[in-house]
Design a protein around this ligand. Structure first.
Ligand SMILES: [Zn+2]
Length: 419
């Protein structure tokens, strides 16, 4: 017995390594994928647990590149004013919702209090609560004239103050640090096409972060803010709605190192679903979200043509973008951006491994990779919406262990035999 050994027989493998899918067997030993055999034929030893796939799909778990575990599916005031005791429980709950939805790779895109992300990340990693692999962030850094969430931001003005606060946050143990470089229409105070921060303020954050192995992300909707990211070495650009031609060329020149995560679900849901919460489509359109969506789709289409890495991750955790609905982002990539289902899945898996800084460990069904796997009832390449239906996620494995065991799923396909 070599410890935990699990064999998936007769599965439709989307390995994400190439354009093909194939039927075969996949053997997991310990926390890694030991063997992938096209056509099948793997025989486990007496201690191997065999899962009969019956043609179900086996693929990598998913990545959300713009995650807020501490956003509590409430309104903006609620996110800012929740007491810390309740707030920590919200993080525990959303971490579970992510892994329940098949996500084991999440990039923190700001937390509502400085230490919430760090504490939940460490608790997940210690095995105290279920959750994804998580890159922790802190409260976002914003200038005093560019605040999106006044009570959930580190307010910084001038290079010296930016450096001091950035150093404190980096020293607290984050993986990511986030800058608010542009506004956001829903605030009706600071706007998407406005740009805050100066280049030297951004540069000092990048310098301090990179010296400690921390990466920098930025809320950048305006054309100027996107270029500010690219001039100064920001690693992850969020939104990028109003990119101009110059910014596009700058981005293309850095396409091997920079990731874009547009967070499109926030915009589409604000335009389409917020009405039931009292924020009408007319209002959303009037403040500028329709215009922004049109610009974003145009820019993202050009980025995709140029081979820039665009990742799903839709700013879940607000009132009309509730936790648990994360895979809606994949549908948006297919339906709004016109991507193929294969390109979309690859963005959520292979590029997920890359943005997690584990490109040789996560995001593929490949020998030697970590066993973060989804066993899916049906073929997401034929219908991407399957991934939103938790009943069809029959097995969810992280690090070689089932978070959701297929044996617990009561379907006629379910079959478990000892080898
Ligand atoms: Zn966000």
């Amino acid at each position: 017995m070599k410890g935990n050994s699990i064999l998936f027989k007769n599965v439709n493998v989307i390995d994400c390594d190439n354009e093909r899918t194939f039927n075969g067997d996949v053997l997991v030993e310990g926390n890694r994928i030991k063997k992938v055999a096209e056509g099948g034929g793997i025989l486990g030893d007496g201690d191997t647990r065999v899962i009969e796939g019956n043609g179900r799909t086996l693929m990598s778990t998913l990545c959300d590149a713009h995650t807020h575990l501490s956003w509590n599916s409430g309104d903006l005031d609620f996110v800012q004013n929740m007491p810390v005791e309740e707030h920590m429980l919200v993080c525990v709950e959303s971490a579970k919702m992510y892994i329940d939805a098949g996500y084991t790779m999440c990039v923190g895109a700001a937390s509502a209090k400085n230490r919430l992300d760090i504490v939940i990340r460490d608790a997940i990693n210690a095995g105290r609560f279920p959750g994804p692999r998580y890159l922790a962030n802190a409260m976002e850094l914003a200038t005093s004239n560019g605040l999106l969430l006044p009570k959930a931001s580190n307010v910084v003005d001038g290079v010296d103050q930016v450096r001091k606060v950035a150093r404190e946050i980096i020293g607290s143990g984050v993986d990511m640090i986030k800058l608010i470089l542009s506004g956001e229409e829903i605030t009706t105070r600071v706007w998407a096409q406005q740009t805050f921060f100066d280049d030297d303020e951004v540069a000092v954050v990048v310098k301090e972060a990179h010296r400690c192995g921390v990466r920098v992300s930025a809320h950048a909707r305006s054309a100027e803010s996107i270029k500010m990211c690219l001039r100064n070495g920001v690693d992850v650009i969020y939104h990028a709605s109003y990119i101009d031609d110059e910014g596009m060329d700058m981005l293309e020149a850095k396409k091997d190192t920079v990731f874009v995560a547009p967070g499109l679900n926030w915009i589409t849901a604000t335009l389409e679903d917020a009405g039931q919460f009292g924020y009408s489509s007319e209002l959303a359109e009037k403040v500028g979200y329709k215009r922004e969506l049109e610009n974003a789709v145009r820019g993202l289409t050009e980025m995709h043509k140029r081979g820039i890495k665009i990742l799903p991750g839709g700013d879940y955790g607000f009132l009309w973008t509730p936790h648990g609905t994360y895979a809606k982002d994949l549908q948006i990539f297919v339906e709004r951006l016109g991507w193929s289902t294969m390109d979309t899945i690859r963005a959520a898996t292979v590029w997920g491994g890359e943005i997690m800084n584990m490109p040789n460990d996560l995001g593929k069904v490949k020998e030697g990779y970590l066993a973060d796997l989804l066993l899916v009832d049906g073929d997401p390449l034929k219908d991407i919406k399957i991934l939103q239906d938790k009943k069809r996620l029959h097995g969810i494995m992280k690090d070689g262990k089932f978070h959701k065991d297929p044996m617990t799923v009561g379907t006629p396909y379910e079959e478990l035999v000892e080898a």
